[in-house]
Design a protein around this ligand. Sequence first.
Ligand code: AMP
Length: 436
Amino acid sequence: MNILILGSGGREHAFAWKIKQSPKCKRLYIGPGNAGTGLIGENVSLDPNSFPEIGDFVVSNNIDLVVVGPEVPLALGIRDYFKHRDDICNVPLVGPDKKGAMLESSKDFAKQFMVKYGIPTANYATFNQMQLGQALDYLKQQNTPIVLKADGLAAGKGVVICNTLEESEKVLKEMLLESKFGKASSKVVIEEFLSGVEISVFVVTDGSSYKILPSAKDYKRIGENDSGPNTGGMGAVSPVPFADESFMEKVEENIIKPTIKGLKAEQLDYKGFIFFGLINVNGNPMVIEYNARMGDPETQAVFPRITSDLVDLLVGCAQGTLDQVELTIDPKSACTVVMVSGGYPESYQKGLSIEGLDTPTDNLIFHAGTSSQDGHVITNGGRVLAITAFGNDLTSALRSVYDTADYIKWKDVYYRKDIGQDLLTMINKTLETSAE
Ligand code: AMP
């Protein structure tokens, strides 16, 4: 098969790495890719949001499968474009249609969907600019902290947790009246604050069958102990120790099954991944958000644990035959540490030379913001590399991942040293309690 992956991050490098292991993959293209994907397949200069250009490439290179990595082309309707163009309408594509992608691109749509299908989530109300007065009245009736969410896509930045009424009133006005998050905050979801540990669960579906991928926990803040501003993601661990059989049974029964039922009932053309951002509230999973694609950097921790053929899974998803596909998972722990440019998520330098990439290692080095210059890899973004290591347990995986991170260097490189530490503390507490 000739396969095209759209995107250029660490997630797409992980897709490329895993797809390339399949005997079914003949030629692999990544558009536009990065220095890492260029070592596995052929990088092609395609903009994931330029559909006519992608369609022409698919035709002229006999592409048999298209895998969409990021959310924006999905929200812009890449599946709908393929469906309506005669020469590519039969090419299998992994990713939901525009309406299905609204589970991610409109928080209000996602909340209405959850309420309609009885999926546990925080109480909420949605307001637009014209309803500012009602929104302010609503805020007065709520407890703090309270969560304000821009309805639309805001590159992971559209959520503000407010600790006082005054703060929430100020943020609400900034969002609705001053376009704090551009068009994305022309509508605002005001949501009850939930307290608990977060976990990401991933499902691949063809709209009727589904497979549950390994769970993961990600680390969004730039600073240790979850301090400082949000980022695209600083690390991930898979599996998550508290996601035991009984917890995952609740996730499947109360969240995954009603979601798939809802997709069918709403006649969404959903062939792709669903990311469930969950929070464990006293042992009960509740949905914080949906994403219509795999997460980054969770993919870099989750995919290496899949031992079956990813191409079979992707084809099953895109062709509606997922029930015939086998999915097997390695029980080992995987952890991923993201190495970023100094200054990220604010301003940072690009074009810095990365040293240590050719040191032999069993660990996986996924590229995100990199490019090649005269045969040497240089930085080309905020999140630069994602290192993944395995271990028989979380402790050994963490030791190994930091050994590798230690010898990769560039000017002002930064990474969090505490990835997974909260989970280790949790494991130790459970062990102490059971020993008592
Ligand atoms: P989202 O973009 O909806 O995932 O929100 C970003 C982050 O905000 C989540 O990962 C949570 O840490 C936090 N968050 C969102 N909604 C809530 C909520 N209802 N209660 C507590 N924290 C939340």
